[in-house]
Design a protein around this ligand. Structure first.
Ligand SMILES: [Zn+2]
Length: 371
């Protein structure tokens, strides 16, 4: 079965340089497979070539104390597993391919970030995702252990393949001890909240898991880049699609133990609040959503990447409580400093509220970073 998203590579690369990271298409299967068969080289120079070595590496790694003087927690950073370098370069994302733990730590220290929660940049290839996930997660376990306390990791899942995803969830949590899982807003024409993902959410619900949701481009069957700005529009819009589908499709109610963080301030959701509120009151959804749309949306979390401005933060804070908003930067797609400055100067938050957004709200989800 081939549903490669390579057909939109060119368009994706065109707008990638001017917007965040709406991409995810791979046209490199054959060469990538050859690459995978070679070796996975880790950031510290170590090499992992078999699943079992990751656990050993995790257990034996020496910890390095945080050196940052700041205490911010960035819940939206990315890491680059070597097995996906070629895909990132094919998408024109040199900044992601250049990522190393050391460069990330320097940027974090410059902007007072103690800990960065990281996930694989938006990418999946239906033909190879089953074999992409494991080395990516093992790479993550290594840099997590090498820099204890400085990073957290959302596991890369081989979605939309449910069976392999369930196996990877077990490995990521039970063996690698990762902090949560990452998901993209859509997979091969299915958005989060689709019934095909119910077994995955059942397992995540059982584990009280944290899910970081990141936008990705549409597949070739839906995608048409009508305007140069479609990258930015798609990214925010697809986040809204996934969020709304989780709520109106019932999955958010069915799996209440799953704690979901939506990137980029929830996309366009706050601006569409009047529409969603009206829908929730209608006969079709009133029983499903007794607290209304805002009640359901207020159970999700939202990061501040690309939305650290008066318009976006002003709107988001009118829909969800402050406790649901967490500092996010999209590093290395954007600078951390941009977001520190944007939040401070947006005029929406007091200094006390910034302390909550930039650290305390995230600590409630990730208590292991308490110092
Ligand atoms: Zn991102």
């Amino acid at each position: 079965m081939t549903h490669l998203r390579g057909s939109v590579d060119a368009g994706s690369a065109n707008f990638a340089s001017s917007c965040c990271c709406t991409y995810g298409y791979s046209g490199y299967s054959a060469s990538r497979r050859a690459f995978l068969k070679s070796v996975v080289v880790l950031g510290g120079g170590a090499v992992l070539s078999a699943s079992g070595t990751a656990a050993a590496a995790f257990a034996q790694a020496t910890s390095s104390a945080p050196t940052s003087k700041g205490n911010r927690i960035d819940v939206h950073g990315h890491f680059s597993p070597p097995n996906l370098f070629k895909a990132m370069l094919a998408q024109g994302r040199q900044n992601f391919a250049d990522w190393t733990p050391q460069r990330a730590l320097e940027a974090m220290d410059e902007s007072g970030v103690a800990t960065a929660m990281t996930s694989v940049p938006p990418h999946f290839d239906l033909e190879t995702v089953d074999e992409d996930a494991r080395p990516a997660n093992e790479f993550a376990a290594r840099f997590l252990a090498d820099h204890r306390g400085r990073f957290g990791v959302f596991a890369f899942l081989p979605m939309p393949h449910v069976d392999t995803t369930l196996r990877e969830i077990e490995y990521a949590f039970d063996t690698l001890k990762l902090d949560g899982v990452g998901m993209f807003t859509n997979y091969a024409d299915k958005w989060l909240g689709d019934a095909m993902f119910n077994p995955v959410f059942e397992e995540l619900n059982r584990r009280n898991a944290i899910v970081f949701v990141h936008p990705i481009s549409l597949g070739p069957s839906q995608f048409a880049q009508l305007l140069p700005s479609d990258g930015a529009i798609q990214e925010q819009t697809d986040t809204t699609r996934a969020l709304a589908n989780m709520i109106f499709g019932g999955a958010a109610s069915r799996y209440p133990n799953v704690r979901m963080i939506f990137a980029h301030g929830g996309g366009t959701m706050p601006y569409l609040i009047e529409r969603f509120t009206s829908m929730a009151k209608g006969q079709r959804y009133a029983q499903l959503l007794p607290q209304g749309f805002s009640g359901a949306a207020s159970r999700f979390y939202y990061d501040t990447a690309w939305t650290s401005n008066p318009v976006a933060m002003g709107a988001l804070t009118k829909v969800v409580p402050l406790s649901q908003i967490m500092f996010g930067t999209d590093y290395p797609a954007r600078t951390i400093a941009d977001h520190v400055k944007g939040l401070k100067e947006c005029g929406v938050f007091t200094d006390r509220q910034l302390e909550q957004i930039e650290r305390e709200n995230a600590l409630a989800l990730f208590p292991r970073f308490k110092t």
